[in-house]
Design a protein around this ligand. Sequence first.
Ligand code: GLC
Length: 521
Amino acid sequence: MIYQIYPRSFQDSGDDGVGDLRGITARLPYVASLGVGAVWLSPIFTSPMRDFGYDVADYCDIDPLFGTLDDFDALVAEAHRLGLKVMLDYVPNHTSSDHAWFRESLTGKESGKRDWYVWRDPAQDGGVPNNWKSFFGGPAWTLDEASGQYYLHQFLPSQPDLNWRNPAVRAAMFDVLRFWMRRGVDGFRVDVIWLLAEDEDFRDEPVNPDWKPGDVEHASLDHIHTQDQPETHEYIREMRRVLDEFDDRMMVGEIYLPVVKLLPYAGTAEEPMVHLPFNFHLILQGWTAELVRGFADSYDAECRLRHSWPNWVLGNHDQHRFKSRLGADQYRVAQTLLLTLRGTPTVYYGDEIGMTDVDVPADRLVDPAALQQPDSPEAGRDPERTPMQWDATANAGFAPGGATPWLPLADDYPAVNVAAQDGDPASDLNYFRALTRLRAEYPALVGGAYRSLETPGADVFAYERMPEHGGGERVVVLLNFGGEAADVAGLAGGDTLLSSLGDRPERGAALRPHEARILRG
Ligand code: GLC
């Protein structure tokens, strides 16, 4: 299981209102207490922070805001001591415009680094080379007046796209992976890995007929020439060979694609690619028992066919908190689902205590996705990036020195925080821990086969997890997506191991509204 830490928001030890590495290290015993296996840190590298670290100016150093390489080594040592693996966020598609490579590229067409980025002459009318758009609104091209050429950026103009077709770029970026693996890093989450290559002929993208006003501008095109290109698959196979130069390392790829296009990113036994292509479909599709069951059945079956290991995600730093999206009633149902489906779950910091989106006032918005797209109110990501709620003291214990946190705290922090929940057996935090304990006690919940069960009510999703190679016990999971009690007496399953409502209902007892229940098989 992977636990994502957004470093700016986890723990400030330097009293500047921004989280840092020493803060994270101090909190690692808490992370270990959750029963997770690995931490993924969003970017901590040198950066002007125009996209909060996803704009890297030096891949092989730590931004002073977060600390030093020594602080990083101490973090890795402490994590390993506690039995936690460490994953970094590798951002290969683009650098910051402050990166030395881009500054050299900007010096002119003759520069040795010119071809490290994607430069094009203007179109015949003198405007942008084609119709490609940036994820954050506006064209994906910015004019460099000095040379009269445009450079490509799928995100901010200050995040120029690297030219992955250039072997020197690939070699330099692969050395970055080696640098961190030599330092003891166990793996990587790879940023926008499905965007690495673009169409060689720079053809316009067709208009998306389903786009409607209010949707982000980027969604107005169908991205057949800027995403999921065959060359990208080649580059990822190469990247994997670099990982395999070292023992026991892994990578997870950020990929927003339908399952048929997503699973090929795991590659084949002969030509492996990423270990886990992130499956974001619990976030993207509707939340009903029928839809979730339909998806889980087909995804699980597809993964088996391809001999690929599944994975599940409910939240990250780009998506609204799942407790806000799905409603407080469904919070534990969703948490139970995430931790009991077949596959590796990824958990976003704070979701284990039930943190919700924070309504960030206009004068405190900092996310460029929000600031550049005021007509698309859903685009902003500040609400899900607010500081971790540790205790009821000032600044929720996040910035104990008193500095103003970089994003406002949730109003509910005096009640919703780690300290308050730690000693309360009925808390969300201890429910999360009970789920991870069950995973440890019942290996079928981790590696066992998955099969959904026919249920009497439309709001119930039920499935069993069976030990695949003999031994161990079968487990049954019952999830009520609705507000009515459901008769589950006819379903398989024995004694209750855990109920989201905190008690141990008798065998066959009705499943209560919004209840999640786990039974011995
Ligand atoms: C990924 C990151 C997102 C970032 C973008 C550009 O989608 O998750 O936070 O803004 O890439 O690097």
